[in-house]
Design a binder for this molecule. Structure first.
Ligand code: SF4
Ligand code: SF4
Length: 146
């Protein structure tokens, strides 16, 4: 029987608190991405936004983040194809695709560290975009995300 809110509600039906709790704080969406213009394929790099807290993998300026990074994304339930900009492990993308959350998701494990323990978060694996030149970013494409 389904009774967890993320199993019975659509993304549109969730409260703000429920919506925010879907974020597992993996930090993957704060990695710079490269898009192949021909195929529209997205490649993740290990270059993270300079504001990302690399220990907690959270944004210290979350509520004001667009003041720091104007093109920082805000995820919306009706994002459609744009969910592809999120990693395949992201709860928002998974639910938008009708897929279940993984066991390591803190909502299921009950442990906020499970995303780190499962090796999903970016903790300890990134460079700051302050230390990588824009023309070198293609050298930082990674395979451990998608
Ligand atoms: S990728 Fe998804 S789950 Fe991970 S930090 Fe970003 S919004 Fe949260
Ligand atoms: S401003 Fe915050 S949420 Fe946006 S990319 Fe940077 S660390 Fe991530």
């Amino acid at each position: 029987m389904k009774n967890n809110f993320w199993e019975v509600l659509t993304l549109e039906e969730m409260t703000r608190t429920q919506w925010e709790s879907l974020c597992d704080n993996c930090g993957r969406c704060c990695l710079h991405k490269i898009e192949d213009e021909d195929t529209e394929e997205i490649y993740f790099t290990d270059v993270a936004c300079q504001y990302l807290d690399v220990e907690t993998c959270q944004c210290p300026h979350y509520e004001m983040r667009q003041s720091f990074v104007p093109d920082c994304l805000t995820i919306y339930p009706d994002w459609g194809k744009k969910f592809n900009w999120l990693p395949a492990s992201c709860a928002y993308r998974l639910l938008s695709e009708g897929k279940p959350l993984f066991d390591w998701h803190p909502l299921i494990s009950g442990n906020v560290d499970s995303v780190h323990l499962a090796g999903i978060s970016v903790r300890g694996r990134t460079f700051s975009d302050e230390e990588v030149a824009a023309e070198d970013i293609y050298k930082h494409v990674i395979t451990w995300v998608d």
